[in-house]
Design a protein around this ligand. Structure first.
Ligand SMILES: C[S@@+](CC[C@H](N)C(=O)[O-])C[C@H]1O[C@@H](n2cnc3c(N)ncnc32)[C@H](O)[C@@H]1O
Length: 238
């Protein structure tokens, strides 16, 4: 990955993956967190969900990319209940703030793989703590080649397959829903506006990254009926 070109496109975008504040509100409602809850936003990216999470407790927002960490530190400097740190979420159980009342992991758990990711997150939750995550999902039993190609080599499941993995990892599912098309557009439209701004002055290297990012948005629009993100809210069984 050409990170310099990537951050030229992505710098200060509102979010780094599909989703909406409404998804966070829905998940928090299901989670019914205690007063003074401690929440980790794992793989927080630009911090698109942090302000909504901070309405329910103290938030530790972590990402492994320096660029996103710096961006979030500036973005949330005025929110005393938010801490931002560079961390590998694979080591979340070792964070000094663990175990958490809730872990929010939007579009990021799959970087660890669903099964290993569930195990890692479970180990960082209090008994009865809540994990909310969005996961690549096929909405049909027979996704076409284009929908399969969208997730490259990731072993994408359907809704039932995700539910089975969550239950097998020792969670009770509190609720599920698909991330809305508006949630996807909330990610892609600001990115496309940035691409349009940058394109006239872009050198060959940046043009390559602009093309890649623009293609991803077009690809999603072509397959959105067959695949997307499935959002799961699940309670850790003791
Ligand atoms: C698709 S983005 C989603 C960002 C954000 N949750 C959102 O919805 O806007 C996935 C994020 O996970 C981060 N990430 C991937 N693996 C990680 C790891 N092991 N530890 C911390 N962050 C990680 C990436 O750097 C990226 O910012």
């Amino acid at each position: 990955m050409d990170w310099e070109a990537f951050f030229t496109v992505h710098k200060d975008l509102p979010r780094e993956g599909p989703g909406s504040p409404d998804d966070v509100a829905w998940a928090l409602d299901l989670a019914a967190l205690p007063e003074g809850a401690v929440i980790c936003d794992a793989g927080a990216g630009a911090g698109g969900d942090v302000a909504a999470l901070a309405r329910a407790g103290r938030v530790l927002a972590v990402d492994q990319q320096d660029g996103f960490v710096a961006q979030m530190q500036a973005r949330f400097a005025d929110l005393p209940q938010v801490t931002v740190r560079k961390e590998d979420m694979g080591r979340i159980a070792e964070f000094p703030e663990a175990p958490f009342d809730m872990i929010w992991c939007a579009g990021a758990l799959y970087f660890l793989g669903l099964k290993p990711g569930l195990e890692v997150m479970r180990g960082a939750l209090k008994p009865g703590g809540v994990l909310a995550f969005s996961e690549p999902c096929y909405f049909t039993e027979t996704p076409k080649e284009k929908a399969r190609a969208f997730w490259e080599d990731y072993p994408t499941r359907d809704r039932a397959g995700i539910a089975a993995a969550v239950a097998a990892a020792g969670f009770e599912i509190l609720g599920t829903r698909d991330v809305s098309e508006a949630g996807w557009e909330a990610y892609y439209q600001p990115m496309e506006a940035r691409i349009a701004e940058l394109r006239p002055e872009a050198d060959a290297r940046l043009t390559g990254m602009l093309d890649l990012c623009a293609q991803e948005a077009r690809d999603w629009r072509a397959v959105r009926e067959e695949t997307g993100y499935h959002l799961v809210v699940a309670r850790r069984l003791s």
